[in-house]
Design a binder for this molecule. Structure first.
Ligand code: PLP
Length: 397
């Protein structure tokens, strides 16, 4: 029995479904239900307000941060959990910008997730200090790093193509030019090996509902390198990031450690599901996960190209150059994905024409890959996608 038989047994997946959408929303860890029920009944229900002290709700954001930190190579006390990824990006970027006051440019790439770019634009408008957001093609980032740049803000794994930036090399280049990095790990945490400490990363953020499987709306995390913890100024200076929240002082002074990145009251109920989700990662190393995810995605690319030559691979062919997802382009991509879903293979669609498949070895097997490729072949050969109902776009794709 492989370790992945063991991890697969930890999830609820509907019978007969091949689920290749963990890059959008991971499946339910079975233990999350009991954890959540206990948190509601034994803790919230029974302890009420005493839960903050007796059940350690407030410390959870740091303790869970440490558990996530182990999956992304973060130093102890450098990660805190809560709020959403968009907010965490804003927070990390604001802190990084303030540490390079003499510079005015934020560099990112045109493939970055729109919310990250929107948050950067919003921050720039709020600051009104003449900052600008410079976007270049993903493979031109390294060449665009110069001494005008304050912050290089990148998503390590591209949400559409799965292309992976070289975190270590780009961080080095950024530092050589005197700038700081903000890394978005949305498609990295729980998917690939990340070593923030050895990469020398300055700031990072990520979500827990994708490859970490903590459920819809699960809290995000932010990383601040211990080098910067004293200097990082919390732009979102909420009371729970204060050095002494329960002194209720009128003036703000930030907490000493990563606690300064806490904003307001944490999502205590959602933490219960996150705890259960992280327990599954105790069974396996990220190295094992990465090896298996490369194997699964390579196998899928091979099978799809063999069976469906009309689909164009939009991800790097070398699995070392991508994260844990692969995408193919077809002008009828949306309808093709709807036909796949109707046939119990769930991936997703990203505008304008990409069908996207995430491979999570924790619950995806080699037989899932073969099934998915087989169904995709049938959908293409028999033109099962060619129905008006499959062209009807839903609100969430
Ligand atoms: C999924 C994702 C987000 C989503 O942000 P939320 O605030 O959690 O909605 C942001 N950035 C990237 C790169 C993502 O992949």
């Amino acid at each position: 029995m492989s370790v992945f038989d063991e991890t697969r047994a930890q999830f609820h997946l509907p019978d007969g479904l091949v689920y290749l959408d963990g890059n959008s929303l991971g499946p339910l860890p079975l233990a999350a239900k009991a954890r959540m029920a206990a948190r509601m009944g034994d803790e919230w229900g029974h302890l009420l307000i005493a839960g903050w002290n007796k059940a350690g709700w407030l410390d959870d954001s740091v303790r869970l941060g440490e558990r996530i930190g182990r999956l992304i190579g973060a130093e102890k006390g450098s990660v805190i959990v809560g709020d959403t990824l968009s907010i965490r990006i804003y927070q990390a970027l604001a802190a990084a910008i303030a540490m390079r006051p003499e510079r005015r440019v934020i560099l990112s790439d045109s493939g970055n997730f729109p919310s990250d770019l929107y948050m950067a634009s919003g921050l720039i408008e709020t600051l009104r200090q003449g900052h600008s957001l410079r976007l270049v093609a993903p493979d031109e980032v390294a060449a665009a790093i110069d001494d005008t740049i304050a912050v290089v803000m990148l998503t390590e794994v591209d949400y559409r193509s799965g292309r992976k930036h070289d975190m270590k090399a780009l961080t080095q280049k950024t530092h050589d030019s005197g700038a700081l990095t903000v890394w978005d790990l949305a498609h990295s945490a729980g998917a690939i090996e990340v070593d923030l400490e050895s990469a020398g990363a300055d700031f990072a953020a990520g979500c827990t509902y994708k490859y970490l499987n903590a459920g819809p709306g699960a809290p995000a995390f932010v990383y601040v390198s211990p080098r910067h913890l004293d200097a990082a100024k919390p732009a979102l200076s909420g009371w729970l990031g204060h050095a002494a929240p329960f002194a209720f002082e009128t003036g703000y002074s930030p907490a000493k450690g990563i606690e300064r990145m806490r904003i307001g009251t944490p999502p205590v109920l959602a933490f219960a599901a996150l705890e259960a989700a992280l327990d599954v990662f105790e069974l396996v190393s990220m190295t094992e996960v990465r090896v298996q995810s490369r194997l699964l995605s390579d196998m899928f690319v091979h099978e799809v190209e063999r069976r469906c030559p009309e689909l164009e691979l939009m991800s790097p062919r070398d699995s070392n150059m991508r994260g844990s997802q692969v995408s193919f382009a077809h002008e009828e991509g949306y309808a093709i994905m709807q036909a796949l879903i109707a046939n119990k293979v769930v991936g997703d669609f990203r505008a304008p024409n990409l069908i996207r498949f995430g491979f999570a070895p924790l619950y995806n097997s080699e037989s899932d890959v073969v099934r998915a490729a087989g169904v995709l072949e049938t959908v293409m050969r028999q033109k099962l996608w060619d129905k008006a109902e499959y062209r009807q776009k839903a609100a969430v794709t």
